[in-house]
Design a protein around this ligand. Structure first.
Ligand SMILES: [Zn+2]
Length: 252
């Protein structure tokens, strides 16, 4: 039964991921997420049903538009696959519980802002404002920690990045500050601390690797939102285990 539900949520995730790609790409460009229907961005041909099957359509057409042959970014199938894996994985972690509502909302928000931030270096307020009341409702409905720990998570997340913003001459964007306040609220304190450390660690590793490979310039800014999202998701699922592991090594 568990496998069946996980598989079901994986497929739901693939379909949702397809929509999240559209939201992440269109909202910052001030376009409607419903109209026009999905189309090739190169030749504008509207996609048919067989072009809209998550991941598979992209694989079958070898990442090209069927009509004009223009390359279709691998970000589309990747966003779908990641959402599917997150939905299934978070179900395996939290089970069919009320916590799963927060988990699915958190992963949805993470995928959308990652697409936006990678494409436009922007985390849209509209997306944050859409998710905020849903996330608050889900947390009030169900919270494993006392509610104040989630509020501290939000204050710590937003507060620490605000400090970075002030002391770095504005190199930390307000989008990141708001995002991490929202993420901090969902994952709570002290998970927010783990999330921040993971985000910085990942940022340094990935940023360094991209520089070594010559894919980005030395001083080129790298969007930080995706790292905050990944760090928060890892901390959310495994934060307590990471904290326990860290202290057991420290005091071994
Ligand atoms: Zn085309």
């Amino acid at each position: 039964m568990t496998i069946a539900i996980a598989l079901y949520l994986f497929i739901v995730g693939l379909v949702c991921g397809s929509f999240f790609n559209v939201v992440g790409l269109r909202v910052p460009a001030k376009q409607s997420v419903i109209r026009p229907p999905s189309h090739c961005t190169s030749c504008q041909t509207q996609l048919r049903r067989r072009d809209l099957v998550p991941v598979f359509s992209w694989l079958l057409s070898r990442g090209r538009c069927r009509h004009c042959g223009a390359q279709v970014s691998f970000v589309y199938p990747l966003g779908e696959l990641v959402t599917g894996l997150l939905f299934a994985g978070l179900f395996l972690r939290f089970g069919l519980s009320l916590e799963l509502i927060s988990a699915l909302l958190l992963s949805s928000l993470s995928v959308i802002i990652t697409v936006s931030d990678l494409k436009y270096m922007l985390i849209p307020n509209k997306v944050l404002l859409f998710f905020l009341p849903l996330l608050i409702a889900a947390r009030v409905l169900h919270h494993e920690l006392p509610l104040w720990q989630y509020l501290v998570g939000a204050l710590f997340g937003g507060g620490i990045l605000l400090l970075v913003h002030l002391f770095s001459g504005g190199r930390m964007g307000f989008g990141d500050i708001k995002l991490f306040a929202v993420l901090g609220f969902v994952i709570g304190f002290p998970n927010t601390v783990v999330a921040l450390l993971l985000a910085c660690l990942l940022g340094v590793i990935v940023g360094g690797a991209l520089q070594l490979l010559g894919l980005i310039e030395r001083k080129q800014p790298v969007p930080f939102g995706p790292f905050l999202a990944v760090g928060s998701l890892i901390a959310y699922a495994f934060g307590q285990a990471i904290i326990d592991g860290y202290f057991s090594i420290l005091f071994a």
